[in-house]
Write a protein that binds this ligand. Structure first.
Ligand SMILES: [Zn+2]
Length: 566
């Protein structure tokens, strides 16, 4: 058994094998000979997450597991749900999520579970909660105290998992380890290569994270300090994931003018590290880059012929990130303080302004950028506004207004960038190697996580695929869409116990009406829950019943299933 794994969690990870014996397969026995079920879903059509055609079956659940999958007339159960006309699917696995610390602000944040999401994969874009230095730990504690009035404190992976468990959560969590976080811990926020000794320390931190249960290594190469990593450094940090067959997941160095070069680098990292590759939120931003989308998919297909290459995407033509992303990485060298000092320096303005205006030209116009978050101290009247028209109303230069927002918010401003094509989005989502993600943290329509004007993907990603792209536009079949939301991400992350509906699997289920399921969240009014997803079950417990959140905190921390001999 690898070190650092508490026995309890290790047993969970190996559950698929152990549980077959523990709960037994009762399907061969007559109904009267079987013990009563905890939960029975009657009359639904099962879409099992493998891509196979839907079939009619009742689903019986006991002790958190699926124990019966057939017609079960008259079976005894503690609770029976009548689901005629509805689809019973595996709970969705959000393969690129940002809930990381959000549940400490509000553990009833329900914008994911109400979409049918039962597992969130965090630690994305090179940034994970662990490892942490004393200084980072103190800064995080301060920031959560100041912003949410809650105590968030953990010094290592085991403490973090324990804190998650103590807090309790609606969905399951899986985490990656962020190569940017590791760089910050060992090298700091500056633009310099690690020494040989530092690189060895960084590799050790990756190994410790994987031993603690991380499901892969992530990078976010448009963010500082991860942006300062060379291809070689990334390959060295991804390599420890290879023996477990876990992915290197990357928010690539560029998603616009040099996106093809960035994809070549991502493939090179995975080739050198011998890991599978997961390209995060694949896209080509800016109208002049839209023709590249087809070539990106072709390059990925070629890569996939040689090694395991997959990608993910959310179903919107706008992205969301920090306002600082409009600024070149060199201007952010050294972290927030150094960045804000450079913005305030008149001698630096011309060079920085030219780079920002070039990025705006790529996006088309200042109004392509919408402010969605200004932290605690930024101008609240900017929230939800497009930068161009907001500046015009103030009679000010949009670059100056942008710098003002960044400075006032202490670099905690968020944006939505309207930069992708609808046709590319549809084609990308429908591609067989594409898993569906939200790229968002869980939110809630009231309380501390209801603030700001987030990207609607936090509330609408999964129902939007099922409504708009499956039912209305027929971009893919329902069975294929469900596979992209469950079976495919489970396969990528080695969650052998989840992602498909079969006897012995964990009972994470999403029950929806294929005729009505739809997103309702918009860029103007994002805090709006989807419709047509009446029931969501996490570990055999009702998380959502008749469209209402039960408050049951049934989520657990999941680890990839260890492959014997690895
Ligand atoms: Zn990202």
């Amino acid at each position: 058994m690898p070190r650092h794994i508490p026995r309890r969690r290790f047993l969970q990870a190996g559950g698929a094998i152990a549980v077959q014996v523990a709960v037994g397969d009762w399907s061969g026995l007559p109904m009267f000979a079987r013990p009563p079920l905890d939960l029975l879903l009657v009359g639904g059509r099962v879409v099992d997450g493998t891509g196979a055609p839907a079939f009619a079956a009742d689903v019986g659940i006991r002790d958190g597991r699926i124990v019966a999958l057939e017609a079960l007339p008259g079976a005894a159960a503690r609770e029976t749900l009548e689901v005629t006309g509805l689809v019973v699917a595996p709970g969705f696995i959000d393969i690129h999520a940002h809930t990381d610390l959000g549940i400490f602000a509000d553990n009833l944040a329900d914008s994911k579970v109400r979409q049918g999401v039962t597992t969130e994969v965090v630690g994305q874009d090179g940034s994970s909660v662990m490892p942490v230095t004393d200084e980072m730990r103190a800064r995080r504690r301060e920031s959560y105290r100041e912003r949410y009035g809650v105590e968030v404190d953990a010094g290592d992976w085991d403490e973090f998992f324990a804190a998650l468990e103590a807090r309790g959560h609606l969905t399951n969590f899986v985490t990656m380890v962020g190569s940017g976080t590791i760089r910050e811990v060992v090298v700091g926020e500056g633009d310099r290569p690690p020494t040989a000794e530092e690189l060895a320390d960084m590799v050790t931190l990756v190994e410790e994270a994987l031993a603690a249960g991380a499901a892969g290594v992530s990078s976010g190469l448009e963010y500082v300090p991860n942006a300062f990593a060379t291809t070689e450094e990334l390959a060295a940090l991804a390599r420890p994931a290879a023996s477990a067959g876990l992915p290197y997941a990357t928010h690539m160095r560029n998603e616009a003018d040099t996106v093809e070069e960035a994809l070549a680098e991502a493939l090179e990292v995975s080739e050198r590290a011998e890991t599978p590759l997961q390209v995060s939120h694949l896209k080509a931003q800016g109208q002049r880059n839209w023709p590249k989308a087809e070539r990106l998919l072709a390059t990925i297909e070629r890569g996939a012929a040689e090694r395991r290459v997959r990608f993910d995407r959310y179903p919107y033509t706008a992205y969301s990130t920090g306002l600082s992303s409009l600024f070149p990485a060199w201007s952010r060298d050294g972290g927030t303080e150094a960045f804000l000092a450079r913005l305030a320096d008149p001698g630096e303005e011309a060079r920085i302004r030219a780079a920002v205006e070039e990025k705006i030209a790529m996006m088309g116009e200042w109004d392509a950028i919408q402010i969605v978050d200004v932290g605690v101290d930024g101008p609240a009247d900017a929230i939800g506004r497009r930068l161009g028209s907001y500046a015009e109303e103030k009679g000010a230069d949009p670059y100056v207004v942008t710098v003002e927002i960044l400075t006032a918010s202490k670099n905690r401003s968020g944006i939505v960038g309207h930069g992708m094509s609808e046709e590319n989005t549809r084609r990308t989502l429908a591609h067989p190697l594409c898993a569906i993600c939200s790229d968002a943290g869980a939110r809630r329509s009231k309380g501390p996580l209801s603030e700001g004007s987030p990207h609607p993907r936090a509330y609408g990603s999964y129902p939007r695929v099922l409504g708009k792209y499956v039912r209305e536009e027929r971009a893919m079949s329902l069975e294929e869409a469900v596979r992209k939301m469950s079976g495919l991400p489970a396969e990528i992350l080695h969650l052998a116990d989840r992602g498909t509906i079969a006897i012995g699997k964990a009972a994470d289920l999403a029950v929806f009406d294929p005729a009505t399921v739809a997103d309702t969240a918009t860029f103007e009014a994002p805090h709006s829950y989807p419709v047509g997803i009446p029931h969501v079950i996490v570990g055999g417990q009702m998380a959502v019943r008749e469209g209402s959140v039960t408050g049951k905190l049934a989520g657990t921390t999941l680890q990839p299933t260890r492959i014997p001999g690895q």
